[in-house]
Every structure is written in structure tokens, then in C-alpha cells.
Design a protein around this ligand. Structure first.
Ligand code: UD1
Length: 420
């Protein structure tokens, strides 16, 4: 198993190229199931989750030609409709194939994803919405069995909670359904917006893109022609490197990034003292010597993302004063706290609220990554900790960060990937 060894350096300097967004790529790859042509996707990140989804599609019979940051997916040969446990257990987002497969073939089986480290993460809202569209769904022996022998029918779906993959799943199902589907309380994340924009450009009329109410006019089972496209930049990867600049008090320039997707993250970093120079596709952080404390509540886009909570928590350990971070989306997303405490951070947890007394000196030690974003929080802490920090179980990190240690090394960090 690999681990990262990090030694403190005085500061970082240079440019970091941001990769394509993992959370945009996943639904966009699943979307190829509703295409009648081979779909050419550019700017995919090299991360394990993408390989996992391509493997799932290949197992189902699709052809995936992956070369550098491009893939050509041909689902015309897709013959199986069962997403098995061995793949779904490694990546919950496998549930994204349910909507498009059911819409195209009239039946689909997907292993139930189960819980994960950051909380329960049920898929009840996906299933309820598909039932409203006419699917019959049974849960048997750990599998979701969904059938829609007469096809899916458009209807009004009101999501009780905003769900990102739930919205994407229903948008893809609605694309091939008959009639109009209205999704009320839809997710507005840029990743959902890109999915809608590409389907819209492919002949599926979608109104309200980027708003909480989406109206999708289905093609009544006719597959769509999807033109070549490029995945949007990863706003969470970008946010993580901005935190690296802030915590090490280093000027860094991110390239291939879209600042418009990072509004709440930039606003919080500004409150903490950083300044920015922004162009159409770059962001330069000019950090302050003194990091100010912060109050953060995680919420759905455009509010502050839960996927940036762990990184800001690491940053808050170096602020001058007390910060408060409230996690509203996932009940168990504070597992990085105990590892940061082992490095000397002064953090107390009360339910879903973390209080961070900043300004403590961190010392390097062996720490364990517990989930994807928790891993990057430990790397950030390692960049400023005295001595050596070894971050173990980085298979979590590899799920979502493209060449993190190479990108950090290129701006002067002392980060090495080693074998246990
Ligand atoms: C997506 C992102 C993940 C991010 C999360 C929240 C991908 C691949 N993953 O995850 O990185 O942290 O959005 O921004 O895009 N819920 C239910 N029932 C459901 C579905 C969700 O109760 O059927 C709850 C969840 O437990 C959670 C909340 O709704 O409390 C939001 O979850 P959701 O937006 O669905 O997260 P994901 O799409 O899994």
C-alpha cells in the first residue's frame, strides 16, 4: 500500500494545473448510456473513481478507449444491466448508471451502495423519483431491482433534500422518458449544470438549467447524439490547492480553473486574509501572513461545499483565534479531527460542530486518511507541521486527486509517495 511522506518546506511557489472535475466526469460518463454514438470526453482526471466507472461500463459490455485525459465511450454494445457489488462497494457513485440503464433497457439491477465512512448516504430519493416515473423497484439480497416495461414517464418530482447524484440520475432517466419531467429542489452544482447543458445541446430540451427547478422533455426512448466535450475544472481540487497556498503563506497560481465555481470558497479565504488575482482561467492567491479565524456552515451549492470542509478545518488550525465549522450534509464527516489532534491541533467536537482554537504548532507523525477529502486535510497539515508527516491509506486520496504529490512537488513541496 502507498503512503505519502511530507516534510515541511519554507514556502511554495509556482503554477498548478487543475484537472477535470471528478464529480462532473462521473455523471458525464454514465450519460454515455443514453447516446447512440461513441462519445468523446476530454479533460478527464486521472483518478481511481473514473477508472472504476469505466470498468463498470466495460463489464456491462461498453467499449472504453482511454488515452491520457480523453476517453471514447461506445455503449452501443452494452448488453448487461447489472452493476455488481464488487464495483459498487468501491464507489457509491456507481448508482449513477441506474437512471440511464433503466430508461434505455427497461430494467436494471444495481447493488445497494450501503453506508460509507462519512455517513449513511441512502439512495431512497433516487428510487422514489424513479418509482414516480413508473418504475417498479424491489430490494432483494442487497440489490436494487428496477423494471419499467412500458418505459419511464415524465412527472413532477419534488426532492425532500437536495441530492447531487440523485438529480443527475433523474435528469438522465428523464432524458429518455416520455413527456416532461419537472424536478423541484434540484441540485444546482456546476457538475449538474454541465450534465444538463450537454444533454440540452444533444437534443433533450432542458429548461431551468442552474436553477432549483428543472424541466426535462424526454425523447420517448430515442437515444441521443452527443458531440465531443471537455469536462469542467475540478473546483474542489482547486479549492484544496488554494488552501495549500493559504496555509503555507505562499503565492500560487492555479491554471485551467473557473473562479465562477469557487465563489463561496474564495469568499471564505478572503475573510481569512487572502487576496486573489483572477483571470478567465487562472486564480493567483496572495496569502496573508496572519490567517484570521472563520465561521463556516457547509451547505449545497452555491453555499460552502462539504467537500471543502476538511481542508478549511486544517487551515483553521493555523488561524489566529477560534474558528467554528458546522457540517450540515453528512453526519460523520469529522474523522480527520482526531488525526489532526494527534498532530497537535486544538479542536473540540460537539455533534456536527467543530471548534478550532487556531495557532497551535503542528508536529508531523503517522496519520491515517479516512475518506477522500479528509486525506487532503492531512496533507495540508503535513505541509506546515514540524518533522515528518506520513499519511497512510492514501487510496482514499487517489480516488479523487489527480497526481497530488507531483503537483505539490512541482511548486516546491517535499512530498513523496512511498510503499508501506
Ligand atoms: C455528491 C458528491 C460528493 C459531495 C455531495 C454533497 C459526487 C459523485 N459526489 O455526493 O462529493 O460531498 O454530493 O455535495 O458528485 N440523501 C438522502 N437520500 C438520497 C440521496 C441523498 O437522504 O437518496 C442525503 C445524503 O445522505 C446527504 C444529502 O442528501 O445528507 C446530500 O447527498 P447527495 O447530494 O446525494 O450526495 P452525493 O450525490 O452522494
Amino acid at each position: 500500500m502507498d503512503y505519502l511522506q511530507i516534510k515541511r518546506v519554507k514556502s511554495l511557489r509556482g503554477n498548478i494545473k487543475i484537472s477535470g472535475a471528478k464529480n462532473a466526469s462521473l455523471p458525464l460518463i454514465a450519460m454515455t448510456i443514453v447516446a447512440k454514438n461513441s462519445v468523446h470526453i476530454k479533460n478527464l482526471p486521472h483518478v481511481a473513481d473514473i477508472s472504476t466507472l469505466l470498468k463498470l461500463l466495460s463489464n456491462l459490455g461498453a467499449t472504453c478507449e482511454f488515452c491520457e485525459d480523453r476517453v471514447i465511450v461506445d455503449t452501443s454494445t452494452l448488453a448487461q444491466t447489472k452493476a455488481t457489488y464488487d464495483i459498487v462497494k468501491t464507489m457509491r457513485a456507481s448508482i449513477l448508471v441506474l437512471g440511464p440503464i433503466l430508461a434505455r433497457f427497461g430494467h436494471c439491477e444495481v447493488s445497494l451502495p450501503g453506508g460509507c465512512a462519512i455517513g449513511q448516504r441512502p439512495v431512497d430519493l433516487h428510487l422514489k423519483a424513479l418509482e414516480q416515473m413508473g418504475a417498479k423497484i424491489n430490494i432483494e439480497a442487497g440489490y436494487i431491482h428496477a423494471v419499467a416495461p412500458n418505459g419511464l414517464k415524465g412527472c413532477e418530482i419534488v426532492f425532500d433534500k437536495i441530492t447531487v447524484t440523485g438529480t443527475a440520475n433523474i435528469v438522465m432517466a428523464a432524458a429518455l422518458a416520455s413527456g416532461e419531467t419537472t424536478i423541484v429542489n434540484a441540485a444546482r452544482e456546476p457538475e449538474v449544470v454541465q450534465l444538463c447543458e450537454i444533454l440540452n445541446a444533444s437534443g433533450v430540451n432542458i429548461e431551468g438549467i442552474g436553477t432549483a427547478i428543472l424541466k426535462i422533455s424526454g425523447t420517448n426512448g430515442e437515444l441521443v447524439e452527443i458531440k465531443e466535450f471537455s469536462v469542467i475544472p475540478d473546483r474542489i481540487e482547486a479549492g484544496t490547492y488554494l488552501c495549500a497556498g493559504a496555509i503555507t503563506r505562499s503565492e500560487l497560481t492555479l491554471t485551467h480553473v473557473n473562479a465562477k465555481h469557487l465563489g463561496s470558497v474564495l469568499a471564505k479565504l478572503e475573510e481569512m486574509g487572502s487576496k486573489f488575482t483572477i483571470t478567465q482561467d487562472t486564480i493567483t492567491i496572495h496569502p496573508s501572513k496572519v490567517i484570521k479565524p472563520i465561521k463556516i456552515v457547509t451547505q449545497e451549492y452555491p453555499a460552502f461545499p462539504t467537500d471543502m470542509q476538511a481542508q478549511f478545518l486544517a487551515l483553521a488550525t493555523q488561524a489566529k483565534g477560534t474558528s467554528i465549522i458546522e457540517e450540515k450534509l453528512f453526519e460523520n464527516r469529522f474523522m480527520h479531527v482526531s488525526e489532526l489532534q494527534r498532530m497537535g491541533a486544538d479542536i473540540s467536537l460537539n455533534g456536527n460542530v467543530a471548534t478550532i482554537n487556531g495557532g497551535t504548532k503542528l508536529s508531523g507523525t503517522d496519520v491515517m486518511a479516512t475518506d477522500l477529502r479528509a486525506s487532503s486535510a492531512l496533507v495540508l497539515a503535513g505541509l506546515v507541521a514540524d518533522g515528518i508527516t506520513n499519511v497512510h491509506r492514501i487510496y482514499h486520496l487517489d480516488r479523487g486527486y489527480d497526481a497530488l504529490e507531483k503537483k505539490l512537488e512541482a511548486v516546491g513541496a517535499n512530498v513523496k509517495r512511498l510503499k508501506e
